[in-house]
Design a protein around this ligand. Structure first.
Ligand code: UDP
Length: 446
């Protein structure tokens, strides 16, 4: 409509691939509905974003450069958490906080209708408000995880209403330890949920009702805002990308015969974990593509990280890639029949969209509750760990075989295909709901 024609939105995602990517996909959806998006990130990040935008989309998606101060702590040419050793995360966050003056100038000169910001920049809505501009938070994590954390802070002592995602055993203990530490740090500040509280009337989640309805309904009560599910926003598959070697390799495998193994852009396996995963893959006797990665600046030869003779023994059955794989393309390929995953939220949504069942190996943070969510809806099997949290090769092999080959995994395979079909049918229901909300709340202002 003529009204939405005028809608200018500034987007400010956190500097991580798993955040920039859903913001970009949301930008593409809004671009087809007569919005103009100003997507802000560093020049290096924008170079890779540019490759995912068609010429037509670029008419409505403007890329805006934010320059980080140079920091002796941060590796040059890296402006995301991708490959960043965990101890450098605070340095990246503080470098990003340094763009506040640039952001402020931008808001002043563009005077957008709306800002969409990420969890890590509570200053974004504050500055927007100074210019009378509303800002809404777009949360790229699961509603289950966020509701679990928010409940723990706000209603301590009261049982979480969804015991099905309650963490037990090793993950439960790990979560409680981290949570207690965070509570101690947070209690010194006056407003731990500043970013939420400042979201203008609504909060967006990259999820959908059939998957997480009860969690974001509960979040609506906890936050006293309307929670709008806009997902699943998943990277679109573009034909003719460069990485053809792995796709050619997959072409030669039979349907649903191969597992894709990846632990996301931020987690690095320990030496022991590499060993167990390698042996687990070997014992499973299933084809695999495994993306192995090391922190930036850490020189490790891939052959030396793997068990001796591993590559020779698995031969044509396995492919090991270093660093980065075209994950969405691989999951969309008909030869892929399972995803051994750390259960990052984007990975889970991609799995659901492409109908690939999950062999869940959550490591930390939001991953254990994410694993509970996909297992609950019947598209995943979580790998059993030792009591002390160690991985066990036989349990890995068992879960892979169940999901990909054994008869007792048929229900999971069927359910995955059904989910994929449901997602295809629901199309952009969430985006339509969002546009309606935005028109109602934000456009009437102008
Ligand atoms: N990804 C990819 N290739 C890789 C590793 C990751 O394309 O080798 C993409 C993946 O498709 C997903 C994102 O990076 O969209 C990772 O996000 P997720 O939330 O799953 O995990 P995180 O990296 O944030 O832990």
């Amino acid at each position: 409509t003529e009204q939405t024609n005028k809608m200018r939105v500034v987007m400010l995602p956190w500097l991580a691939h798993g955040h920039i990517s859903p913001f970009l996909e949301l930008a593409k959806k809004l671009a087809t509905r007569n919005f103009t998006i100003y997507l802000c990130s560093t020049p290096i990040n924008l170079t890779s974003i540019q490759k995912r935008i068609t010429q037509e989309q670029s008419l409505c998606i403007k890329l805006v450069e934010l320059h980080l101060p140079s920091s002796p702590d941060l590796p040059p040419h890296r402006h995301t958490t991708n490959g960043l050793p965990p101890h450098l995360m605070p340095a990246l966050k503080s470098a990003f906080d340094n763009v506040i003056p640039q952001y402020s100038t931008l808001i002043k000169s563009l005077s957008p209708h709306l800002v969409m910001y990420d969890f890590n920049q509570p200053w974004a809505p504050t500055i927007a408000a100074e210019y009378g501009i509303p800002a809404v938070e777009f949360i790229t994590s699961s509603a289950a995880f966020v509701s679990f954390v928010l409940h723990s802070f706000k209603k301590s002592g009261i049982e979480f209403p969804f015991p099905e995602i309650q963490l037990r055993g090793f993950h439960g203990a790990q979560f409680r330890r981290k949570f207690d530490q965070a509570s101690r740090e947070v209690s010194q500040k006056s407003r731990p949920f500043e970013a939420f509280e400042k979201s203008f009337k609504i909060i967006l989640f990259n999820t959908f009702r059939e998957l997480e309805g009860k969690y974001f309904d509960y979040l609506s009560i906890l936050t006293e805002k309307k929670t709008v599910p806009v997902g699943p926003l998943v990277q679109e598959i573009v034909n003719g990308t460069e990485e053809t070697e792995v796709m050619n390799w997959l072409d030669k495998k039979s349907d649903s015969s191969t597992v894709f193994v990846s632990f996301g852009s931020e987690y690095f396996l320990s030496k022991e974990e590499v060993e167990e995963v390698a042996h687990g893959l070997e014992i499973s006797a299933v084809n695999f593509i495994w993306v192995v990665r090391f922190p930036v600046g850490e020189k490790t030869k891939i052959e030396e990280a793997l068990p001796e003779g591993f590559l020779d023994r698995v031969g044509a059955r396995g492919m090991v890639m270093e660093g980065w794989a075209p994950q969405a393309q691989i999951l969309a390929h008909s030869s892929t029949g399972g995803f051994v995953s750390h259960c990052g939220w984007n990975s889970m949504l991609e799995s659901l969209k492409f109908g690939v069942p999950v062999i869940a190996m959550p490591m930390h943070l939001d991953q254990p509750p994410n694993a509970r969510v996909v297992e609950e809806v019947g598209v995943a099997v979580e790998v059993e760990r030792e009591e002390d949290g160690r991985l066990n090769r036989y349990e890995i092999a068992k879960a892979i075989r169940k999901v990909v080959v054994e008869e007792n995994g048929e229900g999971i395979r069927v359910r995955s295909r059904e989910f994929s079909e449901n997602i295809r049918l629901r199309a952009d229901k969430g985006i339509d709901e969002l546009v309606e909300e935005l028109v109602k709340h934000c456009l009437e202002r102008n």
